[in-house]
Ligand binder design. Structure first.
Ligand code: APR
Ligand code: PHB
Length: 398
């Protein structure tokens, strides 16, 4: 078996890359370890930057997003019991974000690939990548057959490692060829999805004595809420009632009164991590999305960064096939990392500003309060927050 680009992983990165390549006439095969239901069962963030929205349009999968997504021109910062609106639209000269769940982005991409008759191999076992330091990379995997596992060998021109943080591609790179930067935070986020109307029409980011809280949404009838929790907490310890009581205690009195509660349809705890692997290209294998970097979810940058990696990678591969130019491929890692580190910085900063840390101490606490007060009352500071939140332009700094 042979293809031009073997894509490992059918998350948003792999599917978007496949879509952009297929539309440019480049043959590709997506190989995924899990089942489609498993992939669609993962609940992740839901804020898309304009750059990401444009890219989904370019990929021809934006129709439902524009119909069902919610355009937001601002969000609230809540601290010391009071809410302050960050008017993103005005502060950035007319930019918004789109609230549309990552699960829905994934579903739209899956449907588009199916409609185009392009294959995805699901439930692939023992996926392994070989010879990416030569001109003839190979991917091996197994699928279920009538009488046991069937081995496959896929020859390709390039391998795209879109296989997430725990994937096989990054793990296959010799340790001396890769540098990893990591920061693990001393708390987690307990998240709940519920079919109740959102407490406010925009997102609320709250810094409170009891810890961080976030009020988000998926639609006018579906809410997504989070509270900062201890790393050792288990989801079973948190009844729905306990969650709602904790969330309400972290809101201002008006929001607390308006909060509509109901049974959870999903509840999970996620650890918070910042992580970057450098470089992102190893001969004829590239890393993209969570395979190369993780941000804590506070800035909602995970999916957006994955989308811009994929934009750079698809352009580089299209340039290679159409113009026989290696420029995009040679620049891929540096171009991505320049953007990634800015989003890493922003996500780390916003996380540090909004959470209670066990070792902050009195001085640190006072500085955090002063920064929040400064942030919402200084136009320059609010603008810096808004500019990063809506996402830096693709050509930033060029
Ligand atoms: N072989 C094949 N597929 C694999 C392997 C493997 N060895 N290991 C992992 N995968 C699959 C996973 O099952 C998953 O479906 O790769 C996919 C990676 O998808 P994501 O983890 O969603 O990563 P990515 O597509 O880069 O999406 C980035 O997801 O985690 C969020 O915040 C992140 O929003 C960002 C987005
Ligand atoms: C979400 O809707 O799940 C969400 C929104 C904003 C964030 C993180 C998560 O910063």
């Amino acid at each position: 078996m042979r293809t031009q680009v073997a894509i490992i992983g059918a998350g948003p990165s792999g599917l978007l890359l496949g879509q952009l390549l297929s539309r440019a006439g480049i043959d590709n095969l997506v190989i995924e370890r899990q089942s489609p239901d498993y992939v669609l069962g993962r609940i992740r963030a839901g804020v898309l930057e304009q750059v990401c929205v444009d890219l989904l349009d370019e990929a021809g999968v934006g129709e439902r997003m524009h119909r069902e997504g919610l355009v937001h021109g601002g969000f609230d910062m809540l601290f010391k019991g009071k809410r302050h609106r960050i008017d993103m639209f005005t502060l950035t000269g007319g930019k918004n974000v789109m609230v549309y769940g990552q699960t829905e982005v994934t579903r739209d991409l899956m449907n588009a690939r199916m409609a185009a008759g392009q294959p995805i191999v699901y439930n692939a076992a023992n996926v392994s990548v070989h010879d990416f330091d030569t001109t003839h990379p190979v991917v091996r995997y197994e699928t279920d057959g009538a009488v046991g596992k069937v081995p496959h060998e896929l020859a390709c021109d390039f391998i795209a490692g879109c296989d997430g943080f725990h994937g096989v591609c990054r793990a296959s790179v010799p340790a001396q060829s890769i540098t990893e930067y990591e920061k693990v935070y001393p708390f987690g986020w307990l998240g709940i999805l519920a079919d109740v109307p959102p407490v406010s029409h925009e997102l609320i980011y709250a810094n409170t004595e009891r810890g961080f809280a976030l009020c988000s949404m998926r639609s006018a009838t579906r809410s997504r809420y989070y509270v900062q929790c201890d790393l050792g907490d288990k989801v079973e310890q948190w009844s729905d009632d306990a969650f709602w009581a904790e969330l309400r205690s972290r809101l201002d009195p008006q929001a607390g009164e308006q909060l509509v509660t109901g049974p959870s349809i999903e509840k999970s705890i996620a650890p918070l991590r910042s992580f970057v692997a450098e470089p992102m290209r190893f001969g004829r294998m590239f890393l993209a999305g969570d395979a190369a970097h993780i941000v804590p979810p506070t800035g909602a940058k995970g999916l957006n960064l994955a989308a811009t990696d994929v934009k750079y990678l698809s352009s580089a591969l299209i340039e290679h096939y159409r113009e026989h130019s290696a420029a995009g491929i040679d620049n891929y890692s540096e171009r991505c990392l320049r953007r990634i580190w800015k989003a890493e910085r922003f996500s780390w900063w916003f996380t540090s500003l909004m959470h209670r840390f066990p070792d902050t101490g009195g001085f640190g606490q006072k500085v955090q309060e002063a920064e929040l007060d400064y942030l919402v009352h200084s136009q320059a500071a609010s603008r810096a927050l808004a500019e990063n939140y809506v996402g830096l332009p693709l050509n930033f700094g060029d």
